[in-house]
Design a protein around this ligand. Structure first.
Ligand code: NAG
Ligand code: NAG
Ligand code: NAG
Ligand code: NAG
Ligand code: NAG
Ligand code: NAG
Ligand code: NAG
Length: 526
């Protein structure tokens, strides 16, 4: 009698529950302190800060035993017959941050190692700053400054140590989606402006229906759904290059988390979805300042640096310390920060698609930020585009003296092996520390910003993965996920080069246009 009633209640529970929590490893978030400061410089320390590992990196197994629900790049279809069924039978586990994932904290510093060899090999990681055990820390940065220190000296090209904001739900979606029993504590609810489809659980359900394992990447796969939201990249960088990029999304609540399917997820038409995948990026090198950022350069990446980003709205402004400036005389005015005009003129000059403008540009990004964002810190490599969009010519044979040709699809087959790989960068890491929000403005306003961040680096003063399970036998193999294609733009066919230093192609222009020098390296038919 006792036994059968127990069985009954267990199976009832299994039918009514969703994404479960495992209990083989207890979840203990590494502490990470950070500060809020006043304009005058007095700071108070938030010592309850901590980080939580994203759910995608975690071991997911059948509730109650060690059988994997997901192995390598495939779901166990015996358990996962539907998204809801799968979530009701499978649990995500607590993480062993240091041993399995190479994530350590000390005071206000977070170190993310790229490759961690334990029982299995872990590649990369993604963590979120927590306000409490079960809630993400929400940031509203408008009219404030966000400051952190970063050490990229051991982060070679091809890798990306990223620090950014996304409009995730504060509780990881637990309240909204009854199937989600894990919540922010287990790093659920991720979304970004690429509308990633490599996410294993979305909206309290698994993403197993329609999951396609990558044919050429043993650790990657894509599900039937993606998850979109507004994203503000403060820092995407390695020791060679850095960029910062707003990406607005036309999702619920000015850019809030929304599950997408089909074309909504920006595929097959990259610019026909809910979000702006390219963003309005400012990469000093790409914008023409070749000596600003790198080893031994103005911002010497051999040293730890401080990055200050100001979120200036249109009814307030402040003294801006100069960032690198765009340097394409005749083609683009000098800009040292991301403004509406920089985005409009830059897209035009670079012949980039205007999905940033289509999704409302900075004004919409500002409304999204006003809703509150979660802070993400990650280290990742790029199995799709090898991070070339960040730290190289893209495509690889593009002329660096013309605004970067970032055409995307056609270039892929010509790319070689990943330049920096798991194998040849075992010691790569990024250290983020000393996070501060300077409250140097009074109350927040919901005003759309017209000026935007200005990261300033002062010398001397962060998708994908692998899940490795904890101890108990049999040790399930690693799981991987990769971030989807990074910001890239397609060329519109309008601009035709007809001259410039180093150019040897045709110099004739079509009837009605004349060959006009844009700068010494580039003339085009206008
Ligand atoms: C937690 O462990 C108990 C046994 O101690 C087991 O019955 C239960 O199903 C486990 N829960 C999960 C989600 O694995
Ligand atoms: C794990 O649980 C599932 C479903 O209850 C069962 O089919 C399977 O045999 C179990 N595996 C082990 C190793 O106990
Ligand atoms: C899939 O799950 C079933 C239990 O439902 C289990 O017996 C089987 O071994 C699992 N397959 C893999 C590859 O883990
Ligand atoms: C892997 O295969 C997919 C689909 O065939 C293709 O689109 C992609 O470019 C390939 N990636 C690499 C790195 O070869
Ligand atoms: C940009 O690159 C693509 C692919 O390599 C090429 O077809 C196109 O002609 C290039 N455009 C310019 C303006 O260089
Ligand atoms: C901008 O903020 C400063 C500092 O709080 C304040 O003194 C100033 O009046 C504000 N300006 C506007 C136009 O609101
Ligand atoms: C800023 O401007 C917006 C309208 O653009 C207005 O609603 C808001 O009250 C202003 N805030 C301040 C502090 O002036």
């Amino acid at each position: 009698m006792l036994v059968s009633s127990l069985v009954f209640s267990v199976s009832l529970a299994a039918l009514s529950l969703g994404q479960q929590v495992g209990n083989y490893t207890s979840e203990s978030h590494p502490r990470l302190s950070w500060q809020t400061c006043t304009r005058g410089g007095s700071c108070s320390t938030n010592s309850n800060g901590a980080v939580a590992l994203d759910a995608n990196w975690r071991w997911t197994h059948i509730t109650g035993n060690y059988t994997n629900c997901y192995t390598g790049n495939t779901w166990n279809t015996t358990v996962c017959t539907s998204n809801a069924q799968c979530a009701s039978q499978c649990a995500v586990e607590g993480a062993n941050y240091q041993q399995t994932y190479g994530i350590t904290t000390s005071g206000n510093a977070l170190t993310l190692k790229f490759v961690t060899r334990g029982e299995n090999t872990n590649i990369g990681s993604r963590v979120y700053l927590m306000a409490s055990e079960s809630k993400y820390q929400m940031f509203n940065v408008l009219n404030k400054e966000f400051t952190f220190d970063v050490d990229v000296s051991k982060l070679p090209c091809g890798l990306n140590g990223a620090l950014y904001f996304v409009q995730m739900d504060e509780d990881g979606g637990m309240a909204k989606y009854s199937g989600n029993k894990a919540g922010a504590k287990y790093g659920t609810g991720y979304c970004d402006s690429q509308c990633p489809r490599d996410i294993k659980y979305i909206n309290g359900e698994a993403n197993s229906e329609g999951w396609t394992a990558s044919p050429n990447d043993t650790n990657a796969g894509l599900g039937g759904f993606g998850t979109c939201c507004g994203e503000m990249d403060i820092w995407e960088a390695n020791s060679i290059s850095s960029a910062y990029t707003p990406h607005p999304c036309s999702t619920t609540n000015d850019g809030g988390q929304q599950r997408c399917t089909g074309q909504e997820c920006n595929t097959p038409d990259r610019y026909g979805g809910l979000c702006d995948p390219d963003g309005c990026d400012f990469n000093a090198y790409r914008m023409g300042d070749r000596t600003y950022y790198g080893p031994g350069m103005t911002v010497d990446t051999n040293k730890k640096m401080t990055v200050v980003t100001q979120f200036i709205t249109d009814n307030n402004s402040t003294t801006v310390i100069p960032h690198a400036s765009t340097n394409f005389p005749g083609l683009l005015d000098p800009f040292d920060s991301i403004t509406e005009k920089f985005c409009d003129d830059g897209k035009r000059a670079f012949n980039d698609a205007t999905s940033f403008q289509k999704h409302g540009g900075l004004a919409h990004m500002g409304r999204s930020l006003a809703r509150g964002h979660v802070l993400v810190l990650s280290i990742w490599d790029d199995h799709t585009a090898k991070m070339l969009w960040l730290d190289s010519s893209y495509p690889v044979d593009a002329d660096p003296n013309v605004p970067r040709n970032r055409s995307w699809e056609p270039a892929l087959p010509t790319l070689g092996n990943r330049r920096t790989s798991e194998a040849n960068s075992p010691d790569a890491q990024v250290i983020f520390s000393n996070h501060q929000v300077w409250r140097h403005r009074p109350a927040l306003t919901l005003a759309p910003p017209s000026h935007f961040p200005n990261p300033l680096s002062l010398p001397a003063t962060p998708r994908q993965l692998e899940v490795t399970p904890p101890r108990p036998p049999p040790a399930p193999p690693p799981l991987f996920l990769r971030r989807l294609p990074p910001p890239l733009a397609q060329l519109k066919p309008s601009s035709v080069q007809c001259g410039g230093v180093g150019y040897s192609g045709p110099t004739q222009c079509a009837a009605g246009t004349t060959c006009t020098a844009i700068n010494q390296f580039y003339s085009q038919c206008v």
